[in-house]
Design a protein around this ligand. Structure first.
Ligand SMILES: Cc1cc2nc3c(=O)[nH]c(=O)nc-3n(C[C@H](O)[C@H](O)[C@H](O)COP(=O)(O)O)c2cc1C
Length: 448
């Protein structure tokens, strides 16, 4: 009998097709067009659902260069893709990344509310502000918003979207065919929002799903990123890369949320996970070493530069101290760029070492299925994570996780063997938010 613990590990499946490292796409078992083949996504979402994953998760970005990594180079648009997954799965949550820097709240509210209705309450939105400045040129703008502006805009953006999602109270449509009453007009509400960034009247032409509103995820590690997460996030795709940092991030974001009067248990913190699983610890370590030998340094330097808006690190000497980049704007992946500089300084790293260090990111989970499951448990119990976002690309890696690691986690009582809910909020242990207008009316009535 598996032990039962109150707190359960949450698992997301990040479907990254041909992957974002140097090797994944060359796996003989992975179709070269996985990132644009809807059947690849359907198959893997169904496998994740059969293994009781809580959600699938799609990353996205509105800017590419010829040096962009394989999955990002050529991929399907997330909302369109998730609509197809909504009708080919029935339990698993469906989370798409969408940037607040290049959209309007009305569009975003409509798209996610549609996905939430199509999937019967399984939609989630990963709110990002976009790191790459080149995106501005795809949207008719000369410049990317500054980091602080992006975050202020994101905060207001989400509030407007959530306001629009409450346009109809849950009993707004009597659809009384005999009496001829389709809508109860008193239950339709315009938002009439006028703020620093947006002016949105509403109402939105779509009612709520059975989970009330789509779930909000967020990703961003700077101070502003942490504050936004503490304010708005039901879940966080955490950009952490070792246990100690993860614990610090976890405690910090939850403390910020508590200080705002929020229940910290209502934020699922889920770092990315790319485990290297082999039959023995030794075999797994050998795989890591042999990958390291094959890494193309030029490509690593491009990846390093990405955090600094694709700054070209290939022009610096490799074996001298990490170059002084203090003159560069940190407007792109600010939190990530600051971390690279800090680590290089603290470790007295050369440029070559810093590039390899970045490639080792996420190599905390290397070993036999037992070792990987134990390490997941350590992070979960040690409050470094509430769950993980497993990157799904190579079929054999995903199979090993499902068939060998998950049963160990289930035997430990950490992960469910059956779904207990069929909405994303249900999976994440989140209450259905009351419609704000219904709540207001009830409060007014109580006060009378
Ligand atoms: C773990 C993580 C994942 C992210 N995923 C995306 C993404 O899929 N698409 C995107 O446009 N930006 C993404 N971002 C970028 C952030 O939204 C943000 O614009 C950028 O990281 C700068 O914020 P920060 O300094 O707070 O990290 C991600 C950031 C982090 C840390």
């Amino acid at each position: 009998m598996a032990k039962k613990t109150a707190r359960q590990l949450k698992l997301g499946a990040v479907l990254v097709g041909v992957g974002n490292d140097q090797f994944g796409w060359r796996d003989p078992d992975l179709p070269g067009d996985a990132s644009i083949d809807i059947n690849w996504f359907i198959k893997n979402a169904q496998l994740a659902e059969a293994s009781k994953f809580d959600f699938v998760f799609l990353v996205d970005s509105p800017f590419i260069t010829p040096d962009t990594t394989p999955h990002f180079l050529n991929r399907l648009e997330p909302l369109t893709l998730l609509s197809a997954l909504a009708v080919t799965t029935s339990k698993i949550g469906l989370i798409a990344t969408l940037t607040t820097s290049y959209w309007e709240p009305y569009n975003v509210a409509r798209q996610f509310a549609s996905l939430d209705n199509i999937s019967h309450g399984r939609a989630g939105w990963n709110v990002v502000t976009t790191g790459l400045e080149g995106a501005s040129r795809n949207y008719g703008r000369e410049e990317h918003f500054d980091h602080a502006v992006r975050y202020a805009r994101a905060h207001e953006f989400v509030q407007v979207v959530q306001g629009l999602w409450d346009s109809y109270e849950d009993d707004a449509f009597p659809r009384d065919k005999v009496a001829g009453v389709f809508l109860d007009k008193t239950k339709q509400h315009a938002l009439n929002h006028k703020g620093e960034f947006f002016s949105v009247a509403g109402p939105l032409a779509l009612s709520r799903s059975k989970q009330g509103q789509p779930v909000i995820f967020q990703a961003g590690i700077s101070e502003d990123g942490r504050n936004l997460g503490a304010h708005i996030a039901d879940g966080i795709y955490a950009g952490v890369d070792n246990f100690e940092d993860a614990q610090e991030y976890y405690a910090d974001v939850k403390a910020r949320a508590s200080a705002l009067g929020r229940d910290p248990d209502h934020i699922t913190i889920a770092p990315g996970l790319s485990p290297i699983i082999e039959d023995t610890d030794e075999a797994a370590r050998e795989r890591v070493e042999s990958r390291k030998e094959k890494l193309d340094l030029d490509k690593l330097l491009v990846q390093l530069g990405r955090a600094f808006n694709y700054h070209d690190f290939r022009k610096y000497p490799l074996d001298e101290p990490f170059p002084d980049v203090s003159h560069l704007s940190l407007n792109a992946y600010k939190g990530g760029a600051e971390r690279i500089v800090r680590r290089a300084r603290e470790g007295n790293l050369t440029l070559r070492q810093a590039a390899y260090r970045l490639a080792e990111r996420g190599s905390n989970f290397v070993g036999s299925p037992q070792t990987v499951a134990d390490e997941i448990e350590r992070w979960f119990v040690g409050r470094a994570a509430d769950g993980f976002n497993l990157h799904i690309s190579r079929p054999s890696d995903f199979a090993k996780f499902r068939e060998q690691v998950l049963p160990i986690l289930q035997a430990k009582g950490l992960f469910k063997t059956e779904y207990e809910h069929d909405t994303l909020r249900g999976h994440l242990g989140l209450p259905v938010p009351e419609n704000r207008w219904t709540l207001q009316a009830a409060q007014l009535q109580a006060a009378e």
